[in-house]
Structures are given as C-alpha cells and as structure tokens.
Design a binder for this molecule. Structure first.
Ligand SMILES: [Zn+2]
Length: 650
C-alpha cells in the first residue's frame, strides 16, 4: 500500500480550492458505499480488516478445547451462541422471560424502584442511565452518575421538531413501536395503543432533556447532591431504594441533568402503571433486539439503520455479533486481537510521535500571545501531567467473575451486561484505577479523558491510512500526527480546559485569559456554522466546538512537530513530485477519505459532536498559512480565509 495513493487524487482540482477533492476526488468517484454501511472511508477499511482478524480469533476459540474460565472459552461461547440463529429462533422470547416477567409483575407502584434497578443492572436502560465514574470535583474518587436517557430515538429534537423530515421519522417510529409490540404478542389495537403510550411518555422526557450543546458544559452537568437533596429536588421516586437495589451504598450522586430527573420522577409518580409497564417492556425489547429472533432484529434494523440512516441492507450476522462482543467483552477479545495483529514497531514509533507532539505543543503554549504567564504555567503543568496509553493495556482486566456458556445468546449478553455493572459498583469506595481503558484495543479511534488527564491510542488505529511503518515521515506526521494532536488539544478545548492537571473541574485560568480564549472560540463557531454539508442543514458550531478546536489545534501541533523532525533529520526529497510539506497535508486528507449517505449525514449533523470528514479537512487547513504556502493558495482560492477570520488558538 503506497503512503499516498495517487490513484485517489483528482488533480484537475486546484488543491487550494478544495483540498478534500484534490486528495480524494477519484476515490470518491469510484467508491460505492457498501449496501450494509451508512458511511465508508479510511476508518471503515481498517474496521473491516480488524473484524476479519477478530472473526478468525473467535472461530478458533469456538473450536473448543479451551480451558474453562479462559479468555478463549468466553470468546468462543459468546460467539457460538451469537451465531446460532436456530437456537435463538427456537428459544423465542422465552430467552428473556425473566426480564419480561419482571416488567409484567410490576403491579404496585412501590415496586418500581426495584424493577428499574434490576433492569438497569442488566444494562437495559428505560428512564435513565446509571454508571460509576470519577467525581469531577475530586477525580481521586468514584461516584455514581445518573444520566438522562430513556428515549428510543437519537435525540430530544427528534420528538420536538416540526419540520417535514422530523414528522416523517416520528410517524415511522410510531409504526416501529407498534410492530415491536405486535411481535411481543399484542393484538393490532393494543399495539397501536402501546406505540402511542411510549411516544407520549418519551416526548415528555424529551421536553425535559438537556440539549446536546448544554450537555457539553462540564459545569451544567455536574450536580453532586446528597440522596436527601435528590429526593427533595426530584420527588415522586424512591431514589434511595433504587440505588440500594442497584447495588450502591452511597450518600451522594452526580445527577447530571437536574430538570430531567425532576420531570422523570414526576412521570414515575403519575403515569398509570399499565403505561409504565408498556414503556419498560419496549426498552427491554429494544435493547435486546439483536439477541432475539430474526423478526425483532430485522425490525430494529429497519428503523434504526434503514429509516434513520438510509442503509439498504443489514450487515452479515458475524459482523453484528462481533460488534456486540466488542461492546461487552472487548478487552477479552482484545487479548486475542493483540496476539494476532498488534505491531510493537508501530507502538514504539507512535510513542515517539507523541513525544514530538508534546514538545511542539509545549513550545506553542510558551509562544502564545493571547495567554498570560500565570495561565501558561498551569497549562504546561497540565501538559506535562498527560498520561499516554498506547496500543493495549499493560494489565488486562480481571474477567474471572464473568460466566458464559453455550446455552443462550441473550442470557450470555445479559450476564456480560451485569458483569459490567458489578465492575462499576466495585469501583465505589476504592481508589481510581488509572490502568483502566475505555476503548478496546481493536477500536479504530482514540480519546482524551479529562478526568484522567490522559490520551489513549488503541492498536486498532495504528494502521494505514493513519500510520504505516513504511510511509515517509511527512505522511505519518500528517495522518496519525493529526489524531495525536487532536486528542492533546482536547485537554485544552472549551470543555477540557475546565479541568486541571489532576483531572478536577477547577478554574486554573485568569479571567482575562479565559475571556481571550472565548473570543477565539466564537470565531471557530462562526467558521463552522458557515459550512452547509446538506442543503438547508449547517454544522452546529456550538455542538462541534470542542472537536473543531481539537482539529484546528491538532493539525497545527502535528505540523510543528513535523518541522522539528525535519530540523533533526534534515531536508527530505520530494516523492512522486510532492514536497514533504505537501505530503504532510496529503497524508492527512487521505486518512479522512470518506463517503456518507445523506440520511446518515443528517443524523450526525444532529447528534455528532464531530464535524463531517470533509469539513474536518477543509476547516483547519483553510486557517493555515502553511497550507496555503505549500499549495500556492492566495485570496482567489476557494479555501482562502482572510487572516482576521482564521481562529488561532493553539
Ligand atoms: Zn475528539
């Protein structure tokens, strides 16, 4: 695989007019999104390769002979039950009889806290979501987080917006709810009534839900309250009884969206029990559809993928089973993945890049004109404290308490879910485990965690087109370099900058510097709101602000690190007619090659804090003097932005 694939490029376009097309135009022309996918691109190609590796690992593990309790036994058993469609059909809804029985047995409102707690323990989440995370006010402690939820559509807006497309999706959703109720045994009239019941209650919750933009605000979503305060502010539901039944002996929780919990508790007190049962049953079926007979699975695909995202065809079962396994036993699957696919060479070299980028960011912070000395000192303290996790965990998590067998896929899924809840509960009152990973090693992604103040790069993304040991440095610094710089920038984006070096939500900025930063953020918001990826639908500049800051900063940091590397190793000759500077930008843009269905793009514009791939390339590069210089762009170029409209942050 060449580092830069010349056959992807459309050189009939002037690079400074539309660099995404220049780098990827021919690829875009000849690539068809596979019928089973909402989107296709560099990320998807790696994900597909990883799935093939995982399939091999799972099949081998399933052949038998693995020691009881071993990773191979658990992977093999979950895989085998997941692939056994005949057994799933034969079991029917009997496989989840305990959960359905729990809901049907709710005949006294006083029993609601316990029923809800037991469903939540199995990670079936009607109403809201309960997890254990660090306390943003004291990152050395773990506390219970209560998060708004309980909706079957992707966001509150889907219930509340009145445009034609939103109304159409709502109508399709009601039909979907009714069909699921029929599959669960309701007659046509009951099913229609069930659908209306669910839509009414979810719409009520949607009204009380915090917007996605507000949810990005670390202060708005930090509401640590004692259980007595919670009972006072969200009366109508026995929170203490709920938490005790869930398994947490705690005195306080972080109830992240206070208005939501107040309304939810009111609803739990005044909605007729028979309607609450209908709502709970829907969320049990919805969450487990992929482990139920084909009719449920297909119905779920039909609404969530076909209607919402325009995907014509369901993925083959083996991919869906592996994706479900990845969510539940991702790290156990990951042990098998790492043995087959991880490269110590990639790990070592990308760690070098991280060092280079950290040094470059340090210099950039020192040179910032808009930030005062006091804030700079704190920023550097935070940067120096960044922990780095690369490829896969040094220490694998303990899976001895997870019992899986070859009897029932749904039961295995539920056991794995409860195991995750037990792991959460065990974190309460114990020191924060800094070795824990939030992504599995095979994940094609990376993250910054503000509470841990760490950047994490799973082995999954350390592959072409993001990193290749055979590529020239320019291409690697542009591709994986941007990813690394992006994650580092998250430590200092509009939300990440609210946390200090120790991961505590604590202001370490002077007032003047914070104000100067916010003025720069406004420029970023305005820039991205000028992009209209779909006719009539612009990017939400506030929703995507943190990611855009990450992209803009990330590319600059990667560029600065690349310059340091060139100084160290001396000038490099052009390859295929492109200078190292040009190849840096080509490597970056080709790693983001991407095609997406309009419907899928619309969903992402509504809910995804990331800008679409095209703007992730165009936006930051338009702001860069070095890009315009490398490709001879001037004021007449399509991507030109006047100097005073270019946000410079990091
Ligand atoms: Zn990000």
């Amino acid at each position: 695989m060449p580092a830069i694939d010349l056959s992807h490029m459309d050189t009939s376009v002037r690079p400074a007019d539309d660099f995404f097309r220049f780098a990827n135009g021919k690829w875009v022309e000849r690539t068809e999104i596979p019928a089973e996918e909402p989107v296709w691109g560099g990320f998807s190609e790696i994900r597909d390769r990883n799935l093939e590796v995982l399939r091999g690992a799972a099949e081998e593990a399933a052949e038998g002979g693995a020691a009881a309790g071993s990773v191979e036994q658990k992977v093999g058993d979950l895989w085998t039950t997941g692939m056994d469609e005949a057994a799933i059909e034969a079991a029917g809804l009997g496989a989840i009889a305990p959960e359905l029985g729990l809901v049907a047995g709710l005949t006294d409102r006083a029993g609601l806290p316990e029923v809800l707690a037991r469903l939540h323990r199995a990670r079936l989440f009607p109403g809201f979501v309960t997890v254990v995370r660090q306390d943003p006010g004291d990152s050395t402690r773990n506390i219970v987080w209560l998060q708004q939820g309980g909706l079957g559509m992707p966001d509150r807006d889907y219930y509340l917006k009145e445009d034609e497309r939103s109304r159409e999706i709502r109508a399709r959703y009601v039909a979907h709810l009714a069909r699921m109720a029929e599959l669960a045994g309701d007659g046509a009239d009951d099913a229609r009534y069930a659908a209306a019941t669910v839509l009414t209650l979810e719409t009520r919750l949607a009204h009380a839900s915090m917007t996605r933009v507000d949810q990005r605000d670390p202060y708005k979503t930090y509401n640590k309250v004692s259980l007595a305060q919670l009972a006072e502010r969200a009366p109508g539901f026995a929170w203490s009884a709920y938490l005790a039944a869930w398994g947490a002996r705690v005195e306080e929780v972080n109830a992240r969206q206070p208005a939501f919990f107040a309304e939810l508790a009111r609803a739990f007190a005044d909605v007729p029990l028979e309607q609450l049962r209908t709502y709970l049953r829907w969320h049990v079926l919805r969450a487990l559809a992929s482990a139920l007979p084909r009719a449920f699975d297909l119905e779920s695909f039909d609404f969530n993928s076909r209607v919402l995202q325009g995907v014509p065809q369901q993925k083959p079962r083996w991919k869906r089973v592996l994706e479900s396994m990845d969510q539940r036993i991702g790290e156990e699957l990951g042990q098998l993945y790492v043995r087959r696919a991880s490269s110590p060479e990639a790990k070592r070299r990308v760690l070098e890049l991280v060092d280079d980028l950290r040094g470059a960011l340090r210099e950039r912070i020192l040179a910032l004109e808009w930030m005062g000395e006091a804030t700079k000192r704190q920023a550097l303290r935070k940067l120096d404290a960044f922990a780095v996790k690369m490829a896969y965990p040094d220490k694998w998590r303990d899976h001895s308490a997870l019992a899986l067998d070859r009897h029932s896929y749904a039961r295995n899924v539920l056991r794995a879910n409860e195991w995750a809840t037990d792991r959460d509960i065990a974190k309460l009152g114990t020191p924060v485990d800094r070795t824990e990973w939030l992504m599995s090693p095979q994940t094609v992604n990376a993250y910054y965690d503000p509470l841990m103040n760490e950047i994490v790069f799973p082995a999954g993304i350390l592959q072409p087109p993001f990193f290749s040991p055979d590529a020239d440095d320019a291409v690697n610094y542009g591709a994986i370099g941007m990813v690394i710089g992006h994650e580092m920038s998250h430590g200092f984006d509009d939300a990440g900058s609210r946390y200090d070096a120790d991961g505590n939500l604590k202001e370490w900025w002077t007032k003047e510097d914070r104000a100067a930063y916010e003025a720069r953020q406004d420029l970023v918001v305005r820039q991205y709101e000028s992009y209209e990826p779909l006719p009539g639908q612009r990017i939400n500049g506030k929703l995507t602000l943190g990611e855009n800051i990450g992209d803009i900063g990330g590319i600059k940091i990667a560029w600065a690190a690349f310059q340091r590397m060139l100084e160290r190793r001396g000038p490099q000759a052009p390859i295929d007619g492109y200078t190292p500077e040009q190849r840096f930008f080509l490597g970056l843009a080709q790693s983001w090659r991407n095609k997406i269905r309009d419907e899928a793009l619309r969903v992402r514009l509504n809910i995804d804090p990331h800008s679409p791939a095209i703007q992730r390339v165009i936006g930051p590069l338009s702001n860069m003097r070095e890009f315009h210089e490398a490709f001879g762009g001037g004021p007449d170029a399509g991507m030109w932005r006047p100097a005073d409209a270019r946000p410079t942050i990091w």
